[in-house]
Design a protein around this ligand. Structure first.
Ligand code: SDX
Length: 392
């Protein structure tokens, strides 16, 4: 019934849905996108090709990829009047707040003509979201620093185009280190999808009511922002900066073990992986390379490595199978690329848009998709009689 993998009946009864997009084995530390191991895609593919794979189920031929790239490129512009939304925000609004509101507002531009029973129009909506997310994200950043927005350039590939919109100033062309674009492309691949994580399940739950894809993805952005989910990458950098030095690591680990401290090691633990998060392993290796090639040394990397070493040898973490997750190292690379901390979760949202739209499309194509309606265990008062206020 489930294809190549078998599940025990207990698991089957708790599963939110069936999906062919991504497979995770939390005990073995396995992650497959449409059957392809994340390690192979990380080494050989690109984010845009992985987006095609997630949305269509197969790797593209050269002709298919060229057509897809052309289509995405020609939907990167946002409506000029969308800038009015940005101008309405306080300059220091968090970029995730601006991104969530701006993506939701796409429904005001594209929802009316959208026939969601038409597969071609559903696919166009998915392409629009994948194409415009970097443009809107960069615009939110530029607004927050008071710089004019840079328009997407069609002659650039997806990630380079985004970095140019982020960092190019009108007075001179951006001198972009190719290492930066390659590193960000790899981080986007690693963050593109992850089965039924909280934000993807949110997109599917909203989508199950027939809501338009822009509202669904705006809901996914809101869920991702939480520090227990995508917001963890921003929280990791703040935690490492607060620890400050390798000599404070042991104390931080002890604090994380003390339930009353309210302090957790951000970037550690996972709802599914009770072994190493395969993405964390790839990012850890890549962090050293990227910092070396960019000629950047970051004392926070030493703190992170020391924290990992101490925690992985500590009974508390071993017993609870708490390992570094995808967010533990990614912030150090974002920082080395010059991306400000408050934009880290926006990076995650750009990448995860590929997974969100893939799941939204899959849900509409699925014959047994029903409106999401989780049940609950009632813990409230027993049945009782109403009393008029005068008697209370
Ligand atoms: C992402 O779902 C996905 O796929 C998400 C994601 C994706 O790609 O979409 O992988 C991305 O969200 C990664 C996770 C990022 N979040 C963090 O790094 C925040 C810090 N991590 C934790 O808050 C926590 O580990 C969770 C939320 C990620 C997972 O929580 P679980 O599996 O529900 O674990 P738990 O809360 O049930 O805790 C089990 C035990 C508890 O101790 P006991 O009550 O058993 O004594 O482990 C402890 C917890 O207190 N614990 C931690 C800890 N995480 C769990 N203790 C210290 N530091 C931590 N980070």
């Amino acid at each position: 019934e489930t294809g190549y993998f078998t599940y025990d009946p207990g698991f089957m009864s708790t599963a939110a849905c069936k999906s062919a997009v991504t497979f995770i084995d939390g005990d073995q530390g396995i992650l497959l996108y449409r059957g392809y191991p994340i390690e192979q895609l990380a080494k050989q593919s690109s984010f845009l090709e992985v987006s095609y794979l997630l949305m269509n189920g197969e790797l593209p031929t050269q002709a298919e990829f060229t057509a897809f790239d052309h289509e995405v490129t020609h939907h990167t512009m946002m409506r000029e009047s969308q800038k009015n939304f940005l101008n309405g925000f306080h300059y220091d609004a968090h970029p995730m707040a601006m991104l969530c509101a701006s993506v939701g507002s796409l429904a005001a531009f594209y929802h009316d003509g959208l026939d969601m029973n038409d597969p071609a129009q559903r696919r166009l909506s998915a392409i629009r979201l994948l194409a415009k997310m970097p443009t809107i994200a960069a615009a939110c950043y530029r607004y927050s620093i008071g710089w004019p927005i840079r328009y997407p350039r069609n002659n650039l590939e997806y990630v380079t185009r985004f970095l140019t919109m982020m960092f190019e100033v009108p007075s001179e062309p951006l001198k972009l280190n190719p290492v930066a674009a390659k590193a960000l492309d790899l981080l986007f691949i690693l963050h593109a999808d992850h089965e039924q994580n909280a934000s993807t399940s949110t997109v599917r739950l909203i989508g199950s009511t027939g809501a338009n894809p822009y509202a669904c993805v705006a809901g996914g952005i809101a869920a991702l922002w939480g520090p227990a989910h995508g917001g963890a990458n921003e929280a990791v950098l703040k935690m490492l900066a607060e620890i400050g030095d390798v000599k404070n690591v042991a104390k931080a680990v002890d604090r994380a073990k003390d339930k009353n401290s309210g302090f957790r090691l951000m970037g550690f633990g996972h709802r599914v992986y009770k072994n190493f998060d395969p993405r964390a392993t790839i990012i850890r290796e890549m962090t050293h390379e990227v910092l070396k090639e960019l000629g950047v040394s970051d004392p926070l990397l030493d703190v992170a490595l020391a924290l990992e070493q101490v925690a992985l040898k500590d009974e508390y973490f071993i017993e609870r199978k708490l390992y570094p997750n995808v967010d533990f190292y990614s912030g150090i690379i974002y920082k080395a690329l010059g991306i400000p901390t408050e934009m880290f979760t926006v990076m995650f949202a750009i990448a995860r848009t590929a997974g969100w739209v893939a799941h939204w499309l899959e849900q509409h194509e699925s014959a047994d998709a029903k409106i999401g309606r989780p049940r609950q265990i009632y813990t409230g008062a027993p049945t009782r009689e109403y009393k008029p206020i005068i008697t209370r």
